[in-house]
Design a protein around this ligand. Structure first.
Ligand code: GDP
Ligand code: MG
Length: 841
């Protein structure tokens, strides 16, 4: 680690061609923390902030206990390329020194919005994949997120030592395993990437975008290092030799000839060049060092031109192995080289990411500033998250300058997610107090910070909710807001033992919901405070933050419960009717399900209430089999004006109807938050207003008459349309020894799970993929571990909502039991009503 003074930091920040903003994505346990540790200790981290020893990144106590990395932070690093390495860099004006901002994001896919927050402000990603198990569901999910953010990937295949020593892979088997990982990554890229904005994002060892190594033993390489070595030895040009080091290229050591066949003309086996020239020396070092053949190991090291100090020569076995491998193929060197050479600078990346990142016209001053990464353009700053300061009361606004230069004292427009140009809603104009450079909890003030850099701002947190755009341009639109697509599938109720602590709890909840984009805090009808999130682990992490950091009072936590949706399975069996309280107004309605595809399209805002109604009707007719006349009669989406329920006016020629349209919509907005069966949100329903009878005098058909009538008729129409629940379902990925795969399948079947794929990737290990209802997931990890003597490790990601079969009113049915339990919890009377309760009343 090297201390840089602020002058030097400013200098690095101004050399935008030599900046790399990168994220690291990996499946939990594939070695992300180890890789980051390795980089952070080998490369000059700017401003040491390693407080109290321990792991570099994991600043949260609960993270260290759990051994997983939850919160994102940034590590700025300084790396100098050699003149030889600089040959592969296209823009050289800014010299050999590089500033690499490594933005960490959590490995757990429950926290996927945190991943998006990190990806948004970075241009490249280091994807870490285990050599044996390859890409997991979660790596794939995160990988897709990276591609959709136009973030360019490079790959590190990690834990090779494990494959060599523990799994005893032969060289050829290891090669095949690498080839499969590369193929899967590229398959994933080609399946995903429609456009090629990032250039060609395919990764390949020959291009140098795939590294191989063992973070634990401190070594890694790309083919480039070996090509440099062998081009001297063979006297062949480097780019030529690199192609020979991968794929179907073989070298005959006796004849010294290259070939593309695994046997020569007389049928003698020839070795794959990769195995012979790349893997063989590595295997040899391992073999010699691990089998205490120290003298031979030292002699071999000398042959490879590895110079060891006398201290290093005194080590034995594993220590000796690490020393030799580290000198032979230093991990940080290979990874940094790969990052600097193959990942884009902000200047290069913003050129193609601009249209994706900016919501305004592609040619206004803000877009131009972003596209050119112009330090003199209008300020465009994206706040990707709020980081709590050490007092836990204030927050740093953490994010990236995309255009212009930010400095203390500057007055900026703070535009929240709901800001619309020309409007004052969600807009504040305030000065920035401080511009700071943060590593862990260490903070240094900067005079300014220019386009392309990642920085934290002080003094504006109270005007921001989670994320936002800061600008000096009056005409600027927002930078694209992060879509937090994680569904809150689980919730817990929280409270305090001592009522005098209640204000602290409320304040804490407020802070928690601001710092964390995917937490939903709400007050239930019975007055309970509930926190909803994407899963058990996620909620646990949030609750510990709440208790220790935000509220700082003892908190009572109830058992987590699963969230459900209410929906219907058929069209209402009759046209329901409800009367207003004064009996002068009647609304007639039928409910019906809408397709899964349309429901998702609405949730992803592909189909939304904005824009041209005719265009929307055309899409609904073409893609979702709606009658386009009906689609033009949509009154609203609900809840929150955008949810997956639709109100359709199927009437014609009714007097005064326009006057009550807003009230009808309002009625659905309210009802959609709380369905008739269990008070859960409604999803995937369409409500057709079939007829309306209204009092001639507007006094008798006001809001107080219409809204409750709407609610009643919505309930009646749902209850007569085979109502049911939708439950959240996880996709579970279990890694386990192959011998256990049948017992794991039976564990799933006991918990209403459904095994969808069993993938054997080596003779000893396999992956089982299955769907598992979230309701059955409590304690699943522990259960599976005990059932398999700790040899199986499941990973769960929320996958979809599944409609449950059955009858909500039948006491013998599971759905009925679920509804009754929810109703009891909410204190609304245990019996599920029938439509008669709301119909014709
Ligand atoms: P993360 O969950 O992705 O952050 O993974 P960690 O870095 O915490 O690593 C998970 C486990 O794998 C730890 O026990 C590490 O010691 C181990 N590990 C990481 N890298 C390697 C490696 O290259 N080889 C071996 N054998 N183990 C590794
Ligand atoms: Mg970790």
């Amino acid at each position: 680690m090297v201390n840089f003074n602020t002058g030097q930091i400013h200098d690095l920040m101004s050399k935008v061609d030599n900046i790399r903003n990168i994220s690291v994505i990996a499946h939990v346990d594939h070695g992300k923390s180890t890789v980051i540790d390795c980089l952070a200790t080998e490369v000059s981290t700017i401003l040491p902030a390693k407080a109290g020893g321990g792991r570099y990144m994991d600043t949260h106590a609960d993270e260290q206990e759990r051994g997983i990395t939850i919160k994102s932070t940034v590590i700025p690093m300084y790396f100098k390329l050699s003149d030889d390495q600089m040959e592969d860099i296209s823009t050289k004006e800014h010299g050999n020194g590089f500033l690499i901002n490594l933005v960490n994001s959590p490995g757990h896919a429950e926290l996927s919005s945190e991943v998006t927050a990190a990806l948004r402000i970075t241009d490249g990603a280091l994807v870490i994949v285990d050599a044996i198990t390859g890409m997991s569901v979660q790596t794939e999910t995160m990988f897709h997120q990276a591609l959709s953010e136009l973030v360019k990937p490079v790959v590190m295949i990690n834990r090779i030592d494990h494959a060599m020593l523990k799994a005893e892979f032969s060289q050829e088997k290891l090669y095949q395993s690498f080839a499969r990982v590369v193929e899967n990554v590229n398959f994933s890229i080609s399946a995903y990437q429609g456009e090629e904005a990032t250039g060609n994002p395919i990764v390949s060892p020959e291009l140098g975008t795939v590294a191989f190594g063992s973070a634990l033993h401190g070594w890694a390489f790309t083919l480039r290092q070996f090509a440099v070595r062998y081009s001297k030895q063979f006297g062949i040009n480097r780019t030529k030799i690199i192609e020979k080091l991968w794929g179907e290229n073989y070298f005959n050591a006796t004849t010294k000839e290259w070939s593309t066949k695994s046997a020569d003309t007389s049928g003698n086996r020839q070795d794959r060049a990769f195995n012979m020239l790349v893997l063989d020396p590595i295997y040899k070092i391992y073999e010699l060092a691990m089998n205490s053949r120290k003298d031979e190991a030292l002699a071999f090291a000398a042959k490879l031109d590895i110079a060891l100090t006398s201290e290093e020569r005194d080590t034995t076995s594993k220590a000796l192995l690490k020393v030799i491998m580290h000198k032979f193929l230093p991990a940080a060197e290979a990874l940094m080289e790969m990052i600097c050479i193959h990942l884009p600078s902000p200047k290069k990346a913003q050129l193609y990411r601009c249209d994706y990142l900016y919501e305004g016209p592609t040619d206004d001053e803000s877009a131009t500033g972003i596209r050119n990464c112009d330090p003199n353009g209008p300020l465009m700053f994206y706040v990707s998250k709020l980081l709590p300061a050490s007092d836990m009361r204030r927050f740093y606004a953490f994010g990236r300058v995309f255009s212009g230069t930010v400095s203390p004292g500057m007055r900026v427009r703070i535009q929240g997610p709901d800001y619309v140009p020309g409007n004052r809603k969600d807009l504040h104009i305030k000065p920035i107090q401080r511009t700071v450079f943060m590593v862990g909890r260490g903070v240094t003030d900067l005079d300014h910070c220019s386009a392309g850099n990642i920085v934290s701002l002080v003094g504006i947190d109270q005007f921001l909710l989670k994320s936002g755009t800061l600008t000096t341009s009056d005409t600027a639109h927002n930078m694209k807001t992060i879509k937090f697509s994680v569904s809150p599938v689980m919730q817990v109720a929280v409270g305090v033992q001592d009522p005098k602590n209640l204000p602290n709890l409320l304040e804490g909840l407020k802070r928690l919901s601001r710092s964390d984009p995917c937490i939903h805090v709400s007050v239930s009808e019975s007055g309970e405070y509930t926190i909803a999130g994407a899963g058990e682990l996620y909620l646990e992490a949030c609750l510990s933050d709440l208790e220790n950091d935000y509220a700082r009072v003892p908190i009572i936590i109830n058992c987590p419960v699963v969230n459900y949706y209410e929906t219907v399975q058929a069209t209402s069996s009759l046209t329901c009717m409800s009367k207003s309280a004064n009996k002068h107004n009647r609304i007639y309605m039928q409910a019906a399900p809408i397709s899964d595809e349309l429901t998702k399209a609405i949730e992803e805002e592909e189909i939304n209430p904005h824009g041209d109604a005719k265009e929307r009707a055309r899409r609904m007719a073409n893609d979702f089999e709606w009658d386009s006349n009906e689609a033009r009669k949509i009154w609203c989406f609900a809840p929150d004006d955008k949810g997956p329920n639709i109100l359709v006016n199927s009437t014609a020629g009714i007097q005064y109807l326009d006057e009550i349209k807003d009230m009808c919509c309002g009625g659905l907005q309210a009802a959609a938050h709380s369905g008739p069966c269990a008070g859960e949100k409604i999803r995937g329903c369409r409500f057709n207003i079939m007829d309306v009878v209204l009092h001639a005098d507007s006094i008798h058909r006001g809001n107080a008459q219409i809204m409750p009538t709407m609610r009643a008729v919505i309930y009646a129409s749902m209850l007569s349309a085979k109502p049911t629940l939708q439950e959240p379902v996880y996709l579970v990925d279990v890694q386990c020894p192959s011998s256990l795969n049948t017992s794991i399948c039976s564990v799933f079947s006991h918990r209403r799970g459904q095994v969808i794929e069993v993938n054997t990737h080596s003779s000893s290990m396999c992956n089982v993929k299955a769907y598992l209802p979230v309701a059955e997931s409590f304690g699943f990890t522990a259960y599976l571990r005990s059932a398999t003597a700790g040899q199986a490790f499941p990973q769960m990601v929320f996958d979809h909502w599944s409609t449950m079969n059955g009858d909500v009113t039948d006491p013998a049915d599971k759905i009925n039991a679920i509804c009754r339990a929810i109703r009891k919890r909410k204190g609304v009377g245990e019996n599920v009503p029938t439509y008669g309760k709301y119909h014709e009343l």
